[in-house]
Each structure stands twice: as structure tokens, then as C-alpha cells.
Design a protein around this ligand. Sequence first.
Ligand code: FAD
Length: 317
Amino acid sequence: MASKDNLYPAIVIGLGMAGAGAAVYLSRMGVQPIAFEKGLIGGKLNESPKVEDYPGFKGSGLELSQRLKGQLAENEIEVHDEEVVSLDRDLDSNLFTIVTTKGEYKAYAVVIASGIEYGNPTISGMEDVDSSFVSHKPLADALSIKGKGIVVWTDNDNGLYAAEYLAGFAKSLVLVVKDVSLVSKGLLDRISGLGNVQLVPGIVSKVENVGAGQMVTINGGTKGQESFEASKLFAFVGGMFQKPNTAFVKIREVVDDQGNIAVDNFSRTFVKGLFAAGDVQQKDLRRLSTAAADGAMAGIMAYDYVTDLRDSGKMKI
Ligand SMILES: Cc1cc2nc3c(=O)[nH]c(=O)nc-3n(C[C@H](O)[C@H](O)[C@H](O)COP(=O)(O)OP(=O)(O)OC[C@H]3O[C@@H](n4cnc5c(N)ncnc54)[C@H](O)[C@@H]3O)c2cc1C
């Protein structure tokens, strides 16, 4: 539903699992939001080869992504194919202003669900290797490693699923797991058991160009330090190497030192009317199930907020 002055009751930024959840909850409860998505609906789902730990679903990330897309359409949620470049608030009117690559919009409530990106690890030699040597996109880069040796470095299940998928393309795969107690044991056993996979508990400490290829050095494992030739390093390590998509948030008080958005147990930031859901939240467990739960919570809380404004006559639409 187009609005006169581009003013809307609620706007959702990002349509991965969290943002789609928030939008669907808002719509079904009676506040129709609009949403901005700069890439593909489904977000990280489109990079997830296999999902088997989301309750009630087993299949590819793409399949679940398509279902989200269908659900948004069924609920007639207006999706704008636009990147948000700025989110600020007007202290006088208590409205949020959102500037995108295509225009300017205002809203009473905003849900930030823009996710994170895996960054490049800051390890020795990184500045010397070609930028395409490190990848975080298993689906997009699988064909380029066909018949070659690769290293996958992870500290979470996301990287394990990526490794399992990539093992179907690579000639050999060295799986570097920072702390095996932090990943699912059954999944790790299944992948370590594949004929072309070698598990090395530890961390990647160095990358270097050697002749026409690259060498990856790993600290840990039984030998203390080992080096492997690799055509690509797939890195899915969290913590300091993760980059939340929050540069556009000009209300910097809600953003922590790492760029995550701080919220309470109800996905509320301390700024009234501003909510955050999914991976972009300051939290430890970044999974589909937690993103869905955050999204639902943000949607319900945003609905309550907008309804209160409406009931008290403070809303102009
Ligand atoms: C390889 C891989 C495999 C995984 N496998 C699993 C699994 O099996 N099980 C599981 O539970 N979890 C898995 N995960 C993690 C899971 O995918 C994420 O935790 C979850 O998808 C996060 O959802 P989200 O909505 O918070 O963020 P995202 O899915 O990242 O969505 C954020 C969306 O916001 C958009 N966006 C960002 N900035 C802007 C902007 N400025 N303007 C407009 N739009 C913007 C992005 O384009 C994106 O679509 C995996 C992750 C990866 C990378």
C-alpha cells in the first residue's frame, strides 16, 4: 500500500529469516509493513547448502528461501528492491527516516534485520594473497574448486554444512575446526568420515603464495603445525571476523563496538520504536531458529508499539 508522504507505520530492513518473520507477524496482526531487501529474499539461506536443524524442515536453504518469498507474497508485503544507506530518527517527531538507493521514507517503527557478513580473518600473509583466495560463499564458489585441494576453517555448524557440500566438489578438503566442542558432534563425525576430508582441530595461522598456488598453515592438531596447499580458503569464523551490516545505522547509541545491535529479551533497542532481529543482534547463537524467534518477537513488539501510538492519536496515518 503506497503512502502519501512515503510515511509508513512500520518498515523492515532486510528479508532473511528474521526480517521475513517480523514482516509476516506485523502483517498478520494488522499493521502492514513495507520491507527493503538489497539482495535476495531469504538472505543467508541462499548460501546454505543444507538445512537439517531447523525444527520441522529438512531441505536446501534455497527451498526454505522460496517458501519465505511465497509467505511474504501471500501476506501482500510490499518488498522494495533497495539498499538502505541511512537510518536516522527525528527527535521532534519521533519518526525514523530511511534513505535508500532509490528514495527517502519515514516510519513510526523500524525493524533492523540486516544480518552479518563473514569477514576475512586477519592472519599473517592475508595481504599478499589474491582477494578471491578467501571465500564465504560455498554455493557460489563450488564449481571453481572442482578437483582441487581446499581448506575450510570454521568455529560453527554453518561452516560444517559448507564443508560437507564442498567435499562433493573438491579433490581433498582440510577441515580446520577451532574448537570441536562448539560444533554438532554427529555432523562433525559425518563430515570427517568422508573419504577426501581430513579434520585438523586448530586455527589457520598463515597463508602464503607458493609458486602458482597458496599454502595454508594450521596451528594445532597432532603435529603442532602443518601446512597444506590449497586453491581456496573458505572461512566461517565468528567473533572479531564477523561484520554486522549496520554501517547505515546513524543512531550509533544502539550499536556496540563490534557493530552488533544491542536489544533486550523482546528484540527492542533502547530507542522507542526501533527493534532488531536475527544475526545483527548482539548475541552468541546465530542460527535460523534464533533468527525466526527474534523476528517474531520484533514483529509483535513493533505491532504493540504502533497500535499504542494509533490508539493514543499520536499517529498521522
Ligand atoms: C554457509 C552457511 C550455512 C548455514 N547453515 C545453517 C543451518 O544449516 N542451520 C541454521 O540454523 N543456520 C545456518 N546458517 C546460519 C543462518 O543462515 C543465519 O543465522 C540466518 O539465516 C540469519 O538470518 P537473518 O535474517 O538474521 O540474516 P540474513 O539471512 O543475513 O538476512 C539479512 C538480509 O538483509 C539484507 N540487507 C543487509 N543490509 C541491507 C541494507 N542496507 N538494505 C537492505 N537490505 C539489507 C541482506 O541482503 C539479507 O538478505 C548458515 C549460514 C551460512 C553462511
